[in-house]
Write a protein that binds this ligand. Structure first.
Ligand code: G4P
Length: 548
């Protein structure tokens, strides 16, 4: 079948209309900040679920019906990230879920490559936490617009002004408070919405599982002073004066460039402040925009369909031992059974059985537009970063390797399984399940698994055993920080002998320095300012990795 045979009927006006009403985002947060709870409440407003609790129920059901993985069940966590789509206020919203456990994997980072906006969710009692900081760095690299939601205001929290200051100081990100809290913890009375100059009152008894209407008062309403405790009211007025006098104006260009963050306060659990956030988010968020490629910037309204693979997932459903490639649609209209070109191999691929991804459920998908994510069955065709397109050949900028923090030799104790071992490791590498490195010392030939989280190592071992029938052994290495050397081997040789580090090579034969800790890494950088190190590896395009 030719491309023309299933040519899309969509005009660029249709596509432009679809883009206008699409918004996509990922939530970046530290475990326990309330990501699941906030997701649930957002879905509640989107009508995707009727009652909060459904997302967790879905999780429970997933662990019950899936052996992906028994690990998931044993550890009581969610490994697979999913894409949730819901409609609200005339918009189609795609929420890209990022695995949030401490043992998160490279997929968590990669998901951000497919997101147009990020919501930074913080527990207001804690402020910035390590996992959020790591994910923030990736957002910054992509200049993603960041929306901040301070959660759990119904509990004792840090002072709001101090929370804003922390973002400004530690992230270098200007803050603009869209709403402002009145009290906190037992004395949490609500928020002031600066957009409409209204106070939304928090009434503990009515905010719960279902979407509830807030009592809303205009700022000039004389009842306010009676309804709020006087000291809280004066404190709120004072703080408001400070942010209105000293704080910046809302600057949407700066928000879209990732330089200013609109800030919200609320309580996801009691469903308070969530709708205010969602409404403002939809007004301020970036719509699907152009992506950079070998043909320059590709506009989403380009009539030719194109997209890239940002994640591969094996065995989501044990009944189908398949792999799903998650594709971010960048331009044009996707239609079921469309034939596209696969940029890396130059082959034509027919996209049959596309899937919508809602939790573990699979619904067949007929069409999709820029900003959407589609799931494609992947019989070994797709790799992370691959571009698919119709029309003129193009390749999107790939997805970089993110700094691993856990390293271990992977040993195959059974020589008769050598072939399966090689095949398994090589396929898991291609899929992006883990990074593979090698010692620069040629006598040490075992592959080094380089992972972002401990769980990735367990997943690799589990899958080698279950899919390739190879039992492996892990021998941990005492390193925690990896840095790629700008300028490669030549630059490294010029520097001469380095202490407190070892050199390994990645799958593209590039030198990587491993350090025991951040301190050792900083020490080398200050001793050798000429050495340029990078925590994120540049993308290699058009070159296959070294064979194992
Ligand atoms: P995560 O996905 O970011 O890891 O967090 P999750 O939503 O699972 O929330 C972590 C805990 O914080 C949960 O309590 C949840 O109920 C609670 N939580 C979330 N948002 C709020 C909030 O706005 N206010 C308060 N007070 N608590 C909140 P848990 O005891 O671990 O679980 P559960 O038994 O309540 O489900």
């Amino acid at each position: 079948m030719t491309d023309a045979a299933v040519s899309t009927a969509a005009t660029s006006a249709d596509i432009a209309a679809a883009v206008e009403q699409r918004r996509n985002f990922a939530i970046i947060s530290h475990p326990d900040a309330g990501k699941t709870t906030l997701t649930e409440k957002l879905l509640l407003y989107g009508g995707a679920i009727q009652e909060a609790g459904a997302v967790k129920a879905k999780r429970a059901q997933r662990s019950a019906t899936s052996d992906w993985m028994e690990l998931e069940q044993q550890r009581g966590i969610s490994i697979t990230s999913t894409v949730l789509q819901f409609a609200y206020g005339g918009y189609t919203i795609n929420l890209l879920d990022t695995p949030g456990h401490q043992d998160f994997s490279e997929d968590t980072y990669r998901t951000l490559a497919a997101a147009d906006n990020a919501v930074m969710l913080e527990d207001a009692a804690k402020g910035l936490e390590p996992q959020t900081l790591k994910l923030f760095e990736v957002c910054r690299m992509r200049s993603l617009p960041i929306f901040t939601f301070f959660n759990k205001m119904d509990r004792p929290a840090r002072e709001p002004l101090e929370l804003l200051d922390e973002i400004e100081q530690r992230l270098g990100l200007q803050t603009y408070a869209v709403n402002w809290p009145i009290g906190m913890g037992d004395r949490f009375k609500g928020v002031y919405d600066r957009r409409h100059q209204q106070i939304h009152l928090f009434e503990r008894s009515i905010h719960g599982k279902k979407a509830a209407k807030n009592t809303v008062l205009d700022i000039g309403d004389p009842r306010i002073e009676d309804l709020l405790d006087q000291d809280l009211y004066y404190q709120f007025k004072e703080e408001l004066e400070v942010i209105e006098e000293v704080g910046p104006e809302l600057d949407l260009d700066a928000v879209h460039a990732g330089q200013q963050t609109p800030v919200f306060f609320g309580s996801a659990m009691t469903n308070f402040g969530v709708q205010l956030f969602l409404d403002a988010f939809l007004d301020y968020a970036l719509k699907p925009s152009a992506h950079s490629s070998t043909l320059g910037e590709i506009s989403p309204t380009n009539e030719d369909f194109s997209g890239f693979v940002f994640k591969l997932q094996a065995n989501m459903d044990p009944k189908h031992r398949d792999r799903i490639a998650f594709v971010r649609v960048c331009s044009g209209k996707f239609e079921k059974d469309m034939v596209v070109s696969h940029a890396r191999s130059g082959k034509s691929v027919r996209l049959s059985h596309p899937q919508k991804l809602f939790g573990q459920g699979r619904e067949s998908l007929e069409e999709a537009y820029p900003g959407d994510v589609i799931g494609l069955n992947n019989p070994g065709v797709f790799a992370i970063g691959d571009t698919i397109y119709q029309g003129k050949r193009l390749e999107y900028d790939g997805i970089p390797c993110f700094s691993p923090e856990i390293f271990a030799y992977l040993k195959n104790p059974n020589p008769s399984k050598y072939k399966q071992f090689q095949k398994g490791v090589s396929e898991l590498r291609e899929e992006g399940a883990v990074q593979i490195m090698f010692s620069a010392d040629e006598s040490k030939r075992d592959p080094i698994l380089a992972a972002v989280g401990q769980l990735q190592l367990e997943v690799v071992q589990y899958r080698l055993q279950n899919e390739y029938n190879v039992e492996t052994r892990i021998e941990p290495l005492p390193y925690a920080v990896a840095r790629w050397v700008d300028g490669g081997w030549e630059a490294l040789e010029k520097v001469g002998r380095l202490f407190n580090t070892v050199t390994v090579k990645d799958s593209w034969d590039r030198p990587v320095l491993l350090f025991r800790n951040e301190w050792n890494c900083q020490q080398i950088q200050s001793d050798h300012p000429e050495l340029k190190l990078s925590a994120i590896a540049p993308v290699v395009s058009g070159k296959e990795p070294e064979s194992l």
